[in-house]
Design a protein around this ligand. Structure first.
Ligand code: ADP
Ligand code: MG
Length: 291
């Protein structure tokens, strides 16, 4: 049976932008030892912008961008939408709709004029990121915490596109408050080691897991659960749903995809990360009252 104190706290939470699908989920928050955060759309706003577009010397910049954007126009990944918007700003609008293959966590494969084009992370295009483009430009992108998307044609890497996503304004204070409550914050991201490290530093995170493929999120979460015990998971995407279901507390961003919202135990209706430490405090206070 649900205690009256729980009932009151749950309804009060709803007024403060945090929805609990049952009193038990509020109670669980107070027991968390660590929280895993998805990166894109959760710790960040999920609206990256293209900051740099670098093409191989022998390639035509506009033509390359046109092919790139016609392929990305077939994807609804946040990086894809940013690339299409960037191309349009340059006056380049996708006219063709090539057939694409979406490889989650890696990128896109397409055939344009009988040429295979790969667009995605270093592993997907098969490169050692530090050796591409001699002038160290890609290295600099990573140090700046940017995500780099590579485009490969039959001659090799033809373009590097750097994108920067911004941390949610309240991310740093939410993580600090959690830390004061004795809860460790860990980021899970598909980004490479250097980009992940730069963002983790910016956010004040204790730990991060880089190159975390979508299907690896559940596995990583289970490892964290065996290390810490009760572990929460915060996410927004379809890819996050299995991890949200596995966690002690699955927490979804209000703007998240339907599957994330359905799977989660708790919803941050205004996408405000500071609601998490707030709810943890309420939960701990309630535990004291109930005992
Ligand atoms: P995140 O962990 O930031 O949510 P994802 O798991 O969705 O990222 O993707 C991991 C990486 O795969 C991206 O950083 C990017 O390099 C590459 N990628 C995935 N989808 C695309 C796409 N549509 N266009 C370009 N790159 C992509
Ligand atoms: Mg996400």
């Amino acid at each position: 049976s649900i205690m009256p104190a729980t009932l009151a706290a749950v309804s009060n939470g709803a007024k403060r932008g945090i929805l609990f699908k049952g009193g038990v989920h509020l109670e669980e928050l107070g027991s968390l030892k660590a929280i895993a955060f998805d990166k894109t759309g959760t710790l960040t706003t999920g609206k990256p912008v293209v900051t740099d577009f670098h093409v191989r010397e022998d390639a035509d910049s506009d033509k390359t961008l046109a092919i790139l954007s016609s392929i990305e126009a077939q994807s609804n990944h946040p990086l894809a939408m940013a690339i299409v918007a960037y191309a349009e700003e340059q006056g380049i609008f996708a006219r063709e709709s090539p057939q694409i293959e979406d490889v989650p966590g890696y990128g896109l494969r397409a055939t344009v004029d009988n040429e295979e084009i790969l667009i995605g992370n270093p592993r997907f295009v098969g490169i050692e990121e530090t050796t591409v483009f001699s002038d160290g430009i890609v290295q600099r992108f990573f140090v700046e915490g940017k995500t780099v998307v590579f485009m490969k044609d039959t001659k090799g890497i033809v373009a590097a596109i750097a994108l920067k996503d911004t941390l949610r304004p309240e991310a740093v204070s939410a993580i600090k408050d959690l830390s004061n409550l004795g809860i460790r914050s860990i980021m899970l991201t598909g980004d490479n080691e250097q980009t992940a490290s730069a963002i983790a530093t910016e956010a004040g995170l204790d730990r991060y897991v880089s190159e975390c493929l979508p299907e690896m999120k559940v596995q990583r979460l289970k490892e964290l659960m065996s290390e810490y015990g009760s572990v929460g998971m915060v996410g927004d995407g379809i890819n996050d749903a299995p991890a949200l279901a596995t966690a002690t507390s699955g927490i979804a961003m209000g703007d998240g995809t339907d599957v994330a919202l359905e799977t989660a135990d708790v919803i941050l209706m205004k996408n405000d990360l500071t609601r998490i430490p707030y709810a943890v405090k309420v939960s701990k206070k309630m535990q004291r009252i109930v005992k």
